[in-house]
Design a protein around this ligand. Structure first.
Ligand code: HEC
Length: 100
């Protein structure tokens, strides 16, 4: 494959990942706000614009029941039970682009 086709392929994939992150985030917006600007249930830090590495670490830890920052970790665990590692990555990339 030539360089142009690779670029096209990669662009398509990242656009799909973006759309997927946006779709998945609809389940989070109720608590965290459309732009990640809210403190979920008056507790969490606003997550919009947070570095994707941090978000991936936190979400993975919530999923595994290893993070409980304000005593509400179980609520986040419930949100993540059905999400795959790839879903978590897509979400983290989407959240990093939000401007609270
Ligand atoms: C029912 C409300 C609710 C929903 C829906 C929800 N969250 Fe949360 N989220 C919380 C609460 C409460 C906390 C704080 C948990 C704790 O005690 O550590 C939190 C914490 C977080 C944090 C860590 C923030 C910090 O303070 O460091 C991230 C990142 C996060 N949520 C992302 C998400 C994502 C992504 C989704 C969607 C898949 C989601 N949340 C859905 C309530 C919610």
């Amino acid at each position: 494959m030539n360089k142009f086709r690779w670029t096209l392929l990669i662009t398509t994939f990242s656009t799909l990942a973006m759309a997927n992150g946006e779709e998945l985030y609809k389940n989070c917006a109720g608590c965290h706000g459309d732009n990640g600007q809210k403190k979920a249930l008056q507790q969490s830090a606003p997550i919009g614009g947070q570095a994707s590495d941090t978000t991936i670490k936190q979400l993975t830890a919530y999923k595994n029941g290893e993070l409980n920052q304000y005593g509400l970790g179980n609520i986040m665990k419930m949100q993540l039970l059905t999400l795959t590692e790839e879903n978590i990555r897509d979400l983290a990339n989407y959240i990093a682009k939000l401007k609270p």
